[in-house]
Ligand binder design. Structure first.
Ligand code: DP6
Length: 325
């Protein structure tokens, strides 16, 4: 698959490649794969990118072995970080059997529970493109990033991004594309509840849910409904509609995993406290909604004009502006 995506591309390797990609938060989640090797999803998904919160990546050829640096610190060859990158880079050794030095720097607070592999793989693919001079279009780079981590295919763009599930078995029609709509007042608040390593990776939770959760059967229908609502909310700039669909989609995703056997429950007591804060703020007239990924932390959705009010409810939150990058 990778070979066909890169067919006809040149493979220069001069100097280094450098790139930035934003992290992204799904408003309509990717949850379940139709192909686990190529990371082909069961359904479409829709995200908003986090502007200046993301990953800077520099890549150059190295001598004998790959070298990996994360936020300036060299990572042991056997570490989870190095292993995941090595497996991905094995697709890109070329006929020269290249070895790489990769420097990854995250601008999203490291260790706050939001470090995302999505921006990491997207930045890495962009940096590889620059290093080798492939000159690929963004759709191709999105498909390449998808093979590192599904959600990474949405981090190739700023703003709202839709990932089309496609139908082709080889994934040739499965990549993301920008929605082409802006919402300049929309903000994302990152609320950290727990920064411990996850007991179950999102990849394992996803496959367990598909294999064992009776609620997963209703997920494709849920996505279809929420996707229609979210796209209409974005077109009409209807904030309550956007928040309502995003929150319901996140809760429905968590319901599918809670019904898996054995269950996957990422929530901590603090997660529920923060959810209750959001609901309480809403009953008091503050327009704020949340979404959550495969972890205990919340991402709040609100509009700029309400930011100071919301900061009183959530004093520790870090604010991302998707439209400033
Ligand atoms: C809950 O993209 O991390 O964040 O493709 O196995 O690497 P892999 O999974 P990953 O899953 C993300 C799941 C999610 C929802 C989303 O981002 O759409």
């Amino acid at each position: 698959m990778i070979q066909s995506l890169l067919a006809g591309c040149r493979w220069g390797a001069a100097g280094e490649g450098e790139a930035y990609a934003p992290a992204n938060i799904a408003l309509c989640k990717y949850w379940g794969k139709r192909d686990a090797v190529l990371n082909l999803p069961v359904t479409d998904s829709l995200s908003v990118s986090l502007g200046r919160l993301g990953t800077h990546c520099r890549i150059a050829l190295s001598g004998r072995d790959d070298l990996y640096f994360l936020n300036g610190c060299e990572q042991a060859a056997g570490s989870a970080f190095a292993s995941r990158l090595r497996v991905f880079l094995d697709h890109f050794r070329g006929s020269g059997r290249y070895r790489y030095r990769v420097d990854t720097t995250n601008t999203v607070a490291t260790g706050a529970g939001f470090a995302s592999s999505a921006s990491g793989f997207a930045a890495l693919v962009l940096a590889l493109d620059a290093l080798h001079g492939w000159d690929c279009d963004k759709s191709t780079l999105s498909s390449l990033a998808r093979i590192g981590s599904g959600s990474a295919c949405r981090s190739l763009w700023h703003g709202f991004v839709r990932w089309r599930a496609g139908v082709a078995a080889d994934g040739s029609d499965c990549h993301a594309c920008p929605l082409g709509r802006e919402w300049s007042s929309l903000r994302i608040g990152l609320v950290s509840v727990c920064t411990d390593a996850k007991p179950v990776s999102s990849r394992a939770a996803m496959s367990r849910t598909v294999a064992t959760s009776s609620l997963y059967r209703s997920w494709p229908q849920q996505v279809e409904n929420d996707m229609t609502g979210l796209v209409a909310a974005i077109e009409g700039q209807d904030f309550d509609m956007l928040g309502m669909y995003a929150e319901q989609n996140a809760l429905a995703m968590h319901a599918t995993m809670i019904a898996a056997k054995p269950p996957v429950l990422y929530w901590k007591p603090g997660s529920i406290e923060e959810m209750e804060q959001v609901w309480k703020a809403r009953t008091e007239g503050v327009p704020v909604y949340f979404t959550m990924d495969a972890g205990p932390n919340l991402k709040l959705l609100f509009e700029e004009q309400n930011q100071s009010k919301i900061q009183q409810w959530f004093p520790e939150m870090q604010v991302a502006n998707p439209w400033r990058f």
